[in-house]
Design a protein around this ligand. Structure first.
Ligand code: GLP
Length: 260
């Protein structure tokens, strides 16, 4: 696991660097996209590079991590719409190549199985962008989630519904109770995981992810078992890391040819 500690304003650029490097060698890459505020600066930088430098997503296939159950197709907070508004509508990514779990399916179990099948048919995810919840959740895999789980229905914790109420006009009751989410096992199957976090509110989760014991209580800690993880954090999110000096030294001395 590589831990990169950077000024807050650099986190998006570094996240975009990881994607840009992948696309340089593999224009038809499969990208895993996350919603939430953490990846927004990365998406903004990728949009800038698309416009200013011609970075192309024309051959890319994309898969989102999760989706609320039951939100209307045109609801602005439906993650399928959020990812379009925040990112994919602003680059040359074919809308038909952006996939998400179907939270409106009549048969949700079948929809989850279909999503797993689509991921497999696409050859798996080359690079998965991730945020992290303050409680260590990734996608909607709340504490206690099976570390081997696949795409399935989950019940959101009251805290996550409270946290996300800000996107629903502050109305907790408007936040769906259920979601479909890639499982932790699904996420772990991606070939490169790029996790982005900023702010002191994420500091304990980042410490547990990087340095804690692997435990379903901090679902992201399972990333310690993944062979290729880049954790890109700002100073505040890094503030509880025990080996911060070591991560800084490693990054400062990283061979230039190595990339992400
Ligand atoms: C939500 C999303 C996660 C995201 C997390 C943190 O629960 N399902 O994918 O990582 O919130 O969100 P933020 O990046 O806004 O802090």
């Amino acid at each position: 696991m590589e831990v990169v500690i950077a000024p807050t304003g650099e986190v998006g650029r570094l996240g975009a660097d990881a994607v840009t490097q992948l696309l340089a060698g593999r224009p038809a890459a499969v990208l895993g996209l996350a919603t939430g505020s953490s990846p927004l600066s990365t998406y903004a930088e990728l949009i800038r590079r698309h416009r200013a430098e011609g970075l192309s997503f024309a051959q890319v296939t994309a898969f989102t991590l999760d989706e609320y159950v039951g939100l209307a197709a045109d609801h602005p907070q439906r993650y399928r719409n959020v990812i379009a508004t925040e990112f994919t509508d602003h680059v040359d990514l074919d809308p038909a190549a952006v996939h998400g779990p179907d939270g409106l399916a009549e048969d949700l179990v079948a929809a989850c199985a279909a999503y797993e099948a689509a991921l497999t048919a696409a050859g798996g995810v080359d690079l998965q962008i991730l945020g992290i919840g303050a409680d260590g959740h990734i996608a909607f895999n709340e504490p206690g989630s099976s570390l081997a789980s696949r795409t399935r229905i989950k019940t959101l914790t009251p805290q996550t519904r409270i946290d996300n109420a800000r996107f629903f006009g502050g109305d907790v009751e408007a936040v769906p109770v259920h979601c479909l989410t890639q499982g932790i096992g699904t996420i772990m199957a991606a070939r490169h995981l790029v996790l982005l976090a900023t702010g002191r509110g994420k500091a304990e989760a980042i410490h547990q992810l990087v340095e804690g014991p692997v435990s379903a209580m901090w679902p992201a800690s399972v990333l310690q078992f993944h062979p290729h993880v880049s954790v890109i954090v700002d100073e505040a999110a890094a503030s509880r890391l025990q080996l911060g000096a070591y991560y800084r030294d490693t990054w400062a001395n990283k061979p230039v040819w190595q990339g992400f």
